[in-house]
Design a binder for this molecule. Structure first.
Ligand code: IMP
Ligand code: MG
Length: 177
């Protein structure tokens, strides 16, 4: 095991099930497209998708934020765009974690310009103490303290995405920023 567990897999699946029911109720009768933000949201997206009981489609975007491996700069580059248009559709961005909010703020502006019927965000984790951009996150799995975390899709230097729990990045792996 890597470090001390912050959120174990039972808590993760219980919360994902709750989010899935809430989203299913909110999007009943609408035209839902989940937009997963690669690569961190992949594990969460796969579980959330199966907790949603209303018809929905999925699409993905890959973005890269210029900056260090643990700090975002707000300058975002699109590495992979959506495959399909979202005009007139009910778009729900699915993120692994919102830290400063700068990546999401860019993404929302970009997607809003394509004229979706609605645009909301569901993030598994949020670090409210770090917010530098006022992004409205409608659905949050867990608020966590200002610590760098890994697991359940989230990486440090592309590793640890395969852990089935969320844990702090141990200090002997990398200096905590
Ligand atoms: P933001 O632009 O500062 O909100 O950063 C968002 C992106 O930074 C996320 O999509 C993650 O890829 C990455 N990130 C931020 N905090 C963490 C963390 O604690 N662990 C792993 N990745 C993180
Ligand atoms: Mg990362």
């Amino acid at each position: 095991m890597v470090g001390e567990v912050m959120i174990d897999s039972d808590r993760l699946s219980a919360r994902v099930a709750e989010l899935g029911s809430t989203i299913s109720a909110d999007y009943d009768g609408r035209d839902l497209v989940l937009v997963g933000v690669l690569r961190g949201a992949v594990v969460f997206m796969a579980d959330l998708l199966r907790a949603i009981s209303v018809p929905c489609e999925i699409d993905f975007m890959a973005v890269s934020s210029y900056g260090s491996s643990t700090d975002s700069s707000g300058v975002v580059r699109i590495l992979k765009d959506l495959d399909d248009p979202i005009t007139g559709r009910d778009v729900l961005i699915v993120e692994g974690i919102v830290d400063s909010g700068l990546t999401l703020s860019y993404l929302m502006k970009n997607l809003k310009a394509r004229g979706p019927a609605s645009l909301e965000v569901c993030s598994l984790l949020a670090k409210p103490g770090r917010r530098r951009s006022d992004v409205p996150v409608k659905y949050t799995g867990f608020d966590i303290p200002d610590e760098f975390v890994i697991g359940y899709g989230l990486d440090y230097a592309q590793k640890y995405r395969n852990l089935d729990y969320i844990t702090r990045l141990p200090e002997d792996v990398a200096p905590v920023p």
